[in-house]
Design a binder for this molecule. Structure first.
Ligand code: SF4
Ligand code: SF4
Length: 189
């Protein structure tokens, strides 16, 4: 595979565009409004303005909800493989050089309609009594289970067992799952 040089700022722009393409902002809006933002208490977050130090690490990082979205859209492996090439990732900052070699470009198709269903399901969940806490716990549990997929060979019994766990955990995302099932049936996904 050919190697080419990628600029750090281009990687960040591509990552943000990729997240926009899958409509991640729909989910973030609900999450932030219910107090679950992953930027909470970050010194680089300016009230009513947003992040003042967008970096490689925060762009590459996905919470459980976004991991689940990319997993269902079959884009999670591509996302992970792309960011594994990018050096210098840390917590809320990076030590990434201005330029670095990569073999794979990030290519995320325009699929914004799916995230809107997760956002609706999430909104419903947080409206329930104690729902925000349940939603944040679900986010962490999805995160852990989806990460476990990396431990097993795709198609193996263990892998399928983790897939079932994810399916079970994601039951509150019923409108999203119905939409995904309909799109798969129509072969649009
Ligand atoms: S935790 Fe996830 S959904 Fe919430 S703001 Fe961060 S990236 Fe968005
Ligand atoms: S540095 Fe990361 S965690 Fe902090 S505000 Fe920016 S995106 Fe959020």
């Amino acid at each position: 595979m050919a190697t080419f040089i990628l600029e750090k700022e281009t990687a960040i722009t591509n990552g943000l565009q990729g997240l926009q393409s899958v409509g991640a902002n729909n989910i973030c809006e609900v999450c932030i409004a219910s107090g679950g933002s992953c930027c909470n208490e970050c010194p680089f977050l300016k009230d009513k303005v947003g992040c003042q130090q967008r970096n490689i690490s925060c762009t590459a990082w996905l919470c459980g909800y976004l991991k689940y979205l990319l997993y269902e859209l079959d884009l999670l492996t591509h996302w992970n493989v792309f960011w594994e090439q990018v050096p210098g990732q840390s917590y809320r900052m990076d030590f990434t050089p201005d330029q670095f070699p990569v073999e794979l470009q990030l290519q995320i198709p325009e699929l914004p309609q799916y995230a809107a269903y997760i956002a609706k399901d999430l909104q419903q969940l947080v409206r329930q009594r104690g729902g925000a806490l349940i939603a944040f716990e679900l986010r962490e549990r999805l995160d852990r289970q989806i990460d476990r997929l990396d431990l097993y060979e795709p198609g193996s019994r263990s892998y399928k067992r983790v897939q079932k766990n994810i399916q079970k955990l994601a039951e509150p995302f019923s409108q999203f799952q119905q939409f995904v099932a309909a799109e798969r049936l129509a072969k649009r996904l």
